[in-house]
Design a protein around this ligand. Structure first.
Ligand SMILES: Nc1ncnc2c1ncn2[C@@H]1O[C@H](COP(=O)(O)OP(=O)(O)OP(=O)(O)O)[C@@H](O)[C@H]1O
Ligand SMILES: [Mg+2]
Length: 447
């Protein structure tokens, strides 16, 4: 049976066999439409060149036979367009592995596009808290980081972007401090140019702020209103007056820029949705994150999930744009035999990175030298600074199944935060150049 996954291998095989034709065209797009059917799109010049057109029809016929249910009849499977840029516009696209002039364009039913990676933001550092599985203590860890950074006198901007399952804001705010509006309201009102007047009414100041400040932007306001009806519209792109299309995640980036201009934070913490989801894709790839924390529990579900994502980046040839910002976090490390647990997690994380995102290191030639002398991005299993080396959050009964995290954080002490989240927070502090760590009380050091 021929399925979707055979489309690209078949394309590579067929196009390799017709290398003369491939060499003769300026570019060729393998366009996978919403139903997973494939057309070839080529420059208009090919249509008027009798010989080239004949060859194109022949190549598409052979390819179509290979992927039958995913192909069109040859007469409707070919399209001619003026420029490659127009064809790729607003769609996920990447070069076909092994070919310089051939592009894969994916028309997706979702707005999520994991294969386009925005460059790192230049202003306050942005840290995204992501996990492939839910319920791993991501939001709690984010709240603990916000608590600590505020204690250090920093101004922290927190965005609850877990729009489908919001909750972070209630852990940082008492109910009477919830603002009138949230991110979902802004995204919906923006569609009718009515959003900017609500900006001040979607910022709440947390009472947990100590010497600094925690500004929380919740997913919804104190009265969520018709939340589901609004949520179903946040993904809408906006068509500007001149006809230009701004994707929903472009709108979200605009919101973040406005909030940063208004609040001038020292750091932005973003609570992403878990899993391979549209909002998560925006948080991880579109918001210019400087650091993406990948929370992980031991187990095949975690590694299979991250592998799908990393493979996608590798295939889309964007691994290099994102990999240096990734960091594995060992979530909820059990009290019992933590060293064994962490060693297992580290090994799985290492296997994943080495098979997908680290550069291959060619075997040394005699004399121990690298053959090409090229710098390669790869790490040893035991390298403390490697992204696969987990930053640790301990499981602690004091944070398990809490009725109210806010209530807990009101009375929490520095030692408690340090003992559970100290490794994670200390490593973030080092990443930011804000300090030299945050060791556990039992490890002796004071921050
Ligand atoms: N360090 C910890 N030790 C023990 N329990 C914890 C810890 N951190 C969080 N928890 C508990 O684990 C549960 C999930 O935590 P949290 O909501 O922070 O996870 P999440 O990854 O944000 O979940 P979701 O995917 O639903 O947003 C909660 O009941 C919380 O009290
Ligand atoms: Mg959460």
């Amino acid at each position: 049976m021929t399925t979707f996954d055979q489309i690209l291998p078949a394309a590579r095989e067929v196009l390799e066999k017709h290398s003369e034709f491939v060499a003769s065209v300026d570019w060729l797009v393998i366009n996978r439409d919403l139903n997973g059917r494939v057309r070839f799109i080529v420059p208009e010049a090919v249509e008027t060149n009798e010989e080239q057109r004949k060859q194109l029809v022949a190549v598409y016929r052979v390819f179509g036979e290979r992927i039958v249910p995913h192909a069109y009849p040859p007469e409707s499977g070919l399209l001619y367009e003026a420029g490659l840029e127009q064809v790729c516009q607003d769609a996920a696209h990447y070069p076909l592995e092994g070919f310089a002039k051939i592009w894969v364009v994916d028309r997706l039913a979702t707005e999520g596009n994991w294969s386009q990676i925005a460059p790192e933001a230049a202003g306050a550092p942005r840290i995204v808290f992501f996990s492939i599985k839910g319920g791993v203590g991501r939001s709690t860890a984010l709240a603990a980081c916000a608590w600590k950074f505020a204690q250090l006198g920093k101004k922290v901007l927190v965005l609850d972007l877990d729009l489908e399952s919001p909750g972070l804001s209630s852990s940082l705010l008492p109910s009477e401090r919830q603002p009138a509006y949230g991110i979902v309201d802004w995204l919906v009102e923006d569609l009718v140019d009515n959003a900017d007047s609500m900006l001040d009414d979607m910022i709440a100041r947390s009472t947990l702020s100590h010497d600094g400040e925690i500004c929380v932007i919740p997913a919804h306001g104190d009265n969520p209103g018709e939340y589901i009806a609004k949520l179903g519209r946040v993904w809408m792109p906006k068509i500007q007056d001149g006809g230009a299309r701004e994707s929903w995640s472009g709108r979200l980036q605009r919101l973040l820029r406005k909030l940063e201009e208004r609040l001038k934070p020292d750091i932005v913490l973003i609570d992403s949705r878990a899993g391979i989801d549209e909002v998560a894709s925006s948080c991880v790839t579109d918001l210019g994150a400087n650091l993406v924390l990948l929370f992980a529990l031991a187990g095949t579900q975690t590694w299979n999930g991250y592998r799908m994502l990393f493979d996608h980046w590798r295939r889309g040839r964007v691994a290099e744009c994102i990999r240096e910002r990734l960091q594995i976090v060992a979530a909820l490390v059990p009290e019992l035999e933590p060293a064994i647990y962490l060693a297992d997690l580290r090994e799985h994380a290492y296997d994943l990175f080495i098979e997908t995102l680290y550069d291959e290191i060619p075997p040394p030639v005699e004399g121990g030298k690298d053959r090409q002398g090229v710098e390669r991005w790869s790490f040893d299993l035991a390298d403390e600074l490697a992204p696969h080396m987990p930053w640790i959050v301990e499981w602690h009964r004091g944070f398990a199944a809490l009725h109210s995290l806010h209530g807990r954080l009101v009375s929490v002490g520095d030692d408690e935060i340090r003992n559970v989240f100290g490794d994670l927070i200390g490593r973030i502090l080092r990443f930011l150049d804000w300090g030299n760590g945050y060791p556990r009380v039992s490890d002796g050091g004071a921050f």
